[in-house]
Design a binder for this molecule. Structure first.
Ligand code: FAD
Length: 412
């Protein structure tokens, strides 16, 4: 028996391959349904993924396997990704779409990029020591300060001087100077980067992939079974329900630090190595919007600190079926250090405020109308309840100061 620990898309694919080669296998999945991060759910006529999941394909063998899974209504989609920077929305990648930004900023970006290219031509490429140095060499200071540094800090929640850059090859498009110049004068670069097209199911969200795989595996997938301990010497998996399942070999898709923490029989060196692994956690907030504001493209990268999220996306712009007519299904992603305590209600409030500032959510008509009308009578609305907004103490008090200024300067 080959045990597969975890029934996300990796575990399900492994089990399908084992089955195809005639091997006996069993998938153990902790949750009530398979899919892991690639799950979807419906509520109020909307479809949501746990967070935006778009399938980017490049490996022909994997392509065939994934697109041939029966029952998944795949559709090929041309990417429409954007970047929200300095109050402007430009196509992704931002570095080759500088037009529209103020001319001084565009000059700084071009000059910074050129300076790094010239430096490399004169002194040769120095191997960068970390991600920050790699980004600086590739894009120059102005673009790093505006986008690459804040975006990567927001996403990785770790000083960039402590991160490697080996993963960047497939995901960070490196432009030529000509690309920058053409983008600065307004040319739109479609298809640049690793994910110019992607696949997404017409209906049912990305979860329809795992659901179909799960159905095909039938009783070889057991859900609601948590692996609690692995005895490496005896080759037995123990579940939290008290079952002991012997295996000939096993495939683990459980996060590696977790697997190492409950595996018996690891060497001290392996245990130490597991202790050196670090990660971030991601909060995905899904919203169904009845009266959307500006909801452009498939997803938007948001590097600046004043917005609490690093990426937002509009699932119903990818698959119309994800929201009732005229409405929008969207997701918001924010990451946290591994040990952070996440106050979800507070994060939702902060996300809603950020989305209002970007114009994704309308501010609503009632409050501005009332504020205008009271203002005409020189009554200034302030604070969480007075201004009818989701403020904490600091915001309420700052709003009090703002209202004081307006009241003091009021004429008439
Ligand atoms: C916010 C976010 C956005 C992403 N967007 C994209 C995208 O757009 N495109 C893309 O290609 N990739 C994307 N990814 C990456 C993608 O989610 C992963 O590559 C993929 O889901 C990995 O699948 P997996 O099966 O290895 O892991 P998981 O999905 O984590 O599955 C692991 C499974 O193991 C189970 N498990 C864990 N512990 C136990 C236990 N003790 N006992 C039993 N079961 C257990 C879990 O419940 C889970 O079902 C994104 C990831 C994140 C976090």
């Amino acid at each position: 028996m080959i045990l597969v620990l975890g029934g996300g898309v990796t575990g399900l694919s492994a089990a399908m391959a084992l089955e195809a080669s005639g091997k006996e296998c069993l998938v153990l999945e902790r949750e009530a349904e398979p899919g892991g991060w690639c799950r979807s759910f419906s509520a109020g006529g909307y479809t949501f993924d746990l967070s935006g999941h778009f399938l980017h394909l490049s490996d022909p063998a994997a392509n065939r396997f994934i697109l041939d899974v029966p029952g998944v209504p795949w559709r090929r989609v041309d990417r429409d990704a954007r970047v929200w920077l300095r109050g402007r929305l430009t196509p992704y990648p931002f570095q080759v779409h500088l037009k529209g930004h103020d001319p001084a900023f565009v000059s700084r970006c071009l000059a910074g990029f050129a300076r790094e290219r010239i430096r490399a031509a004169i002194s040769g490429e120095r191997p960068p020591e970390h991600l920050a140095a790699w980004l600086l060499q590739r894009f120059g200071k102005a673009m790093c300060d505006a986008f690459f540094f804040p975006y990567n800090r927001k996403m990785w929640r770790t000083p960039l001087s402590k991160l490697g850059y080996e993963w960047t090859g497939w995901s960070v498009p490196i432009p030529r100077f000509d690309d920058l110049l053409e983008g600065a004068s307004g040319e739109i670069r479609r298809g640049m980067g690793y994910n110019a097209t992607f696949f997404y199911p017409e209906r049912g969200g990305i979860g329809s992939l795992a659901r179909s795989l799960g159905l095909r595996l039938g009783t070889r997938l057991r859900t609601g079974i948590e692996v609690a301990r692995v005895d490496l010497r005896a080759k037995v998996v123990h579940t939290s329900g008290g079952e002991a399942l012997p295996y000939r070999s096993a495939i683990s898709t459980i996060p590696l630090p977790r697997l190492a923490s409950f595996s018996e029989g690891l060497s001290p060196a392996a245990r130490k190595a597991a202790g050196a692994l670090s990660w971030v956690k991601v909060l995905a907030i899904n919203l169904g919007i009845r009266n959307p504001g500006r909801t452009p493209g498939h997803w938007v990268y948001v590097p600046e600190r004043e917005y609490p999220f690093f990426r937002i996306g509009f699932l119903s712009n990818v698959a119309r079926s994800a929201a009732p007519g005229g409405r929008v299904s969207m997701f918001v992603e924010k990451s946290f250090p591994a040990n952070a305590r996440v106050d979800v209600a507070r994060e939702v409030g902060a996300a809603l405020r950020g989305l209002k500032r970007m114009g994704v959510l309308r501010k609503g008509k009632a409050v501005p109308l009332l504020a205008r009308e009271f203002g005409r009578h020189r009554v200034f609305l302030a604070g969480r309840y007075g201004a009818w907004d989701y403020y904490g103490m600091e915001k309420s008090m700052a709003d009090g100061l703002r209202a004081a200024r307006e009241a003091a300067n009021a004429r008439g």
